[in-house]
Design a protein around this ligand. Structure first.
Ligand code: WQD
Length: 334
């Protein structure tokens, strides 16, 4: 059973990927500093996996943690690197926090991989590297433009660093907007504090835990004036990581660095999401249109055909299923 180190493995996407790895016969090893999640996620994973996953409490910026992991678990076949801060708006307010954690953490990881002789990494990148695209949908050859936020800049820097590391083989996955939860409702998105992302704020406000949603801007040049994003089910995203990992391990990737858009290929506006949520749940989200949010792009969605043609991966779940699973998860929260 191959050991796969999953940094940020108790996070939203990380936890769902840990489950997919287990189901595919891998041994996921979780490293997480619990900065944006909580230890209870391990309980949900244990129920779903039938055993408690191996977990190390630690920070990707701590060089000592990697030697401890390898000495206790044995060789690591690959790393899936999720551990990073990811709130676009917050990164505008606290850029150095993002550069330290997202870029510094990747450098620490890569130095440790070199020391431990680990060559394979699946890197969590983002559609934010496209900035405000000239045209949509964006393909992997669409120009990488000046990032609209420090968060996007850290992902651009991460990609550059990985391309410059001659002894590292990378599958770089540019996520669009991950939402939803495992249909069991045992794992899901659990942001600490006030959620900055649309869906966790929406479900918490509909559950009566937050004030009504503020839609960040209603005057964008889109059909209904609100921003458009490519929302993708977190389980589809987890499955994409498995496809990328297998491509690394079976040696079928072209060259040392491959990049894939991981999205559905469809864009939905904020108001369309709210309408779909009401149609799926019967709940009427209270909201108000507020000012635009710094760092937001108007519209971005994926041309994901490269992942379909080369990874053999395609998103299977639609917006309604994403919102149904997100609401189911919210209702199961204490
Ligand atoms: C979506 C839309 C907001 C909150 C995310 C991740 C980032 C990256 C890309 C992976 C925007 C609007 C939001 C609210 C709102 N993913 N909104 N009211 O900014 O697209 O980025 O996906 O790498 O890590 O953060 O997602 O959910 O914050 O915003 O109107 O209270 O919803 O303006 O148009 P974003 P988001």
């Amino acid at each position: 059973m191959k050991n796969i180190l999953v940094t940020g493995g108790l996070g939203f996407i990380g936890s769902h990927t840990v489950l997919s790895l287990h189901e595919a016969g891998f041994n996921p090893i979780i490293l997480d500093n619990l900065s944006n999640t909580n230890i209870g996620v391990l309980d949900g994973l244990e129920k779903l996996m039938g055993k408690r996953p191996v977990f190390f409490l630690g920070d990707v910026n701590d060089p000592a943690v990697y030697g401890e992991i390898v000495s206790k678990t044995g060789s690591i076949a690959a790393v899936i690197h999720f551990a990073a801060f990811k709130a676009v708006g917050e990164s505008v307010q606290q850029p150095l926090k993002y550069y330290r954690n997202n870029v510094g953490g990747l450098i620490s990881l890569l130095e440790a991989m070199k020391k431990e002789g680990i060559a394979n990494v699946v890197f969590s990148s983002s559609c934010t590297v496209y900035g405000e695209p000239d045209a949509v949908p964006v393909s992997e050859s669409s120009p990488v433009k000046p990032a609209a936020s420090p968060y996007g800049a850290t992902k651009q820097m991460g990609e550059t660093i990985l391309q410059d590391c001659a002894d590292i083989h990378t599958q770089c996955l540019r996520y669009f907007n991950p939402i939803g939860a495992h249909p069991s409702g045992l794992i899901g998105e659990l942001p600490l504090g006030v959620p900055s992302n649309l869906i966790p704020y929406l479900t918490q406000s509909v559950a009566g835990l937050r004030p009504p949603l503020t839609v960040h801007g209603g005057d964008y040049p889109t059909p209904d004036g609100t921003c458009i994003r490519d929302y993708i089910h977190v389980c589809d995203l987890a499955e994409a990581h498995l496809a990328a990992l297998n491509r690394l391990l079976d040696g079928s990737q072209n060259g040392r660095f491959e990049v894939f858009n991981i999205g559905t290929g469809h864009g939905n506006s904020v108001l369309e999401v709210l309408q779909a949520f009401q149609a799926v749940t019967g709940m009427v989200p209270a909201y108000e249109i507020g000012p635009r949010r710094a760092g937001d792009v108007v519209a971005v969605w994926a041309d994901a055909s490269k992942a379909t043609n080369q990874l053999g991966w395609k998103a299977k779940r639609g917006l309604s299923e994403m919102l149904r699973d997100a609401w189911n998860w919210q209702q199961k929260q204490a």
